[in-house]
Design a protein around this ligand. Sequence first.
Ligand SMILES: Cc1cc2nc3c(=O)[nH]c(=O)nc-3n(C[C@H](O)[C@H](O)[C@H](O)COP(=O)(O)OP(=O)(O)OC[C@H]3O[C@@H](n4cnc5c(N)ncnc54)[C@H](O)[C@@H]3O)c2cc1C
Length: 203
Amino acid sequence: MDYDILINTAPIDKLINETKLCLPLNIVHNKVFIVGVGLELPMTEFCETITWLYFPDPAVPFYRISFHSRYGEVTPDNTKYWSVMCECAREADDPITEEEIRNQAVEGLILKSIITREKIVSLYSKTLNYGYPIPTIERDNEIARAHAVLEPLDIYSRGRFGGWKYEASNQDHCFIQGKELADRLFLDIPEKLYKTGLPEKRG
Ligand SMILES: Cc1cc2nc3c(=O)[nH]c(=O)nc-3n(C[C@H](O)[C@H](O)[C@H](O)COP(=O)(O)OP(=O)(O)OC[C@H]3O[C@@H](n4cnc5c(N)ncnc54)[C@H](O)[C@@H]3O)c2cc1C
């Protein structure tokens, strides 16, 4: 495919593996299992004032749960139902199955008195093979090594896994990364948020 400027938002390790523009990158990510539980109202009372909770607790598989039904009308009928979303992180090569995690998440929600089993009306799960880009000591050098071969070809890799810098890739950061890259390419304004590790080349 011909291009003038190519902006990549796919994981940068995949881009390098598929284009073979340099040796594979030594960078680390994990995977995340999403487990959604639909429940009959009423909500567990103490959840009524909470939008999300963190669990630094190995007794449960999730590190965070969110009550999406409290964010607006995102359950099929919010006069009858409410919902909980669990995020469960594992190393990328962890052999645990989605079904095992789904069962563990339900048991964890019951253990923490978030839900009761008899109120469950639906279960949903999804595996995100790319969950979090994990910062490591080697990361900045490895990412710079990739940008050093990509940018001379006018390929710019940005975003959560495109840029692989967790500390600068929340939703708000990703919007800023996109805007600042466009400003750099078209208006010659240097990027402030995302650092490639290369001397800056203007638009
Ligand atoms: C587990 C998890 C937790 C999160 N927690 C938070 C949080 O607490 N706060 C927060 O603000 N945000 C959070 N996020 C959201 C995340 O930060 C946003 O999704 C972020 O905006 C990502 O933007 P992006 O443009 O890089 O990626 P995306 O919006 O995912 O865009 C990438 C695009 O690239 C495309 N793509 C990927 N691979 C290929 C390919 N091979 N070929 C062609 N196209 C491809 C995809 O289809 C997609 O359109 C979380 C995300 C995850 C997965």
